[in-house]
Design a protein around this ligand. Structure first.
Ligand code: HEM
Length: 158
């Protein structure tokens, strides 16, 4: 079967961030699993949440420095009231990837997905107070161990 995909631009500026964030939270609001966490548990005020998320991603991607917030605290507050398991974060990431792929393609589009994945890993392991298996030093491969050691000590003088 032949599938054709329209060429898409890369994500290059705040205007793109606004499109992405709006599209992403449209999906979130319509989602059975995640929608209620925003509407019923956190009772999010969308008029302030959306601009805060523009600032967050603009700061991550383009160093605008406009984000003032504390994502760790914001998510840790949710954990006693709702399921913030790995499955929830994975589902969040699926919606995020789908939104990015529908709008953009290119280096920055790939980079923002990796940033979201890293952030999901950090948030999940911190708020659940558990180590993500993938980053547990006990589970690193020999190759990773050497690479990380080389990174910490670039001169190799340790
Ligand atoms: C299970 C997955 C997630 C859920 C259910 C979730 C839910 C929420 C909710 C309800 C808020 C609003 C809190 C409030 O205003 O009181 C929030 C804020 C926020 N979320 Fe998430 N989130 C998830 C994952 C993520 C991930 C992976 C990222 C980053 C890539 C992220 C970034 C943020 C940021 C930057 C804020 C604003 C924090 C602040 O105001 O300081 N979230 N999230």
């Amino acid at each position: 079967m032949k599938t054709t995909t329209m060429p898409r631009p890369d994500l290059t500026d705040r205007e793109g961030i606004v499109l992405l964030v709006n599209g992403f939270y449209e999906r979130i609001r319509a989602d059975d699993q995640l929608g209620p966490i925003f509407s019923d548990v956190a009772k999010v005020d969308w008029d302030s949440h959306l601009p805060r998320m523009y600032d967050f991603w603009d700061t991550v991607m383009f160093r605008s420095g406009t984000f003032r917030g504390n994502p760790l605290t914001a998510h840790a507050k949710l954990a006693p009231h709702t399921d913030m398991s790995r499955a929830k974060f994975d589902h969040w990431l699926t919606l995020f990837r789908e939104t990015v792929a529908a709008l953009f393609e290119g280096e920055n589009a790939e980079h923002i997905v990796r940033c979201a994945e890293d952030m999901a890993n950090v948030l999940h392991s911190k708020i659940n107070n558990s180590r993500d298996q993938r980053f547990d030093p006990a589970n690193l491969s020999d190759e990773q161990r050497q690479r990380y050691a080389a990174h910490k000590s670039p001169s190799g003088s340790r």
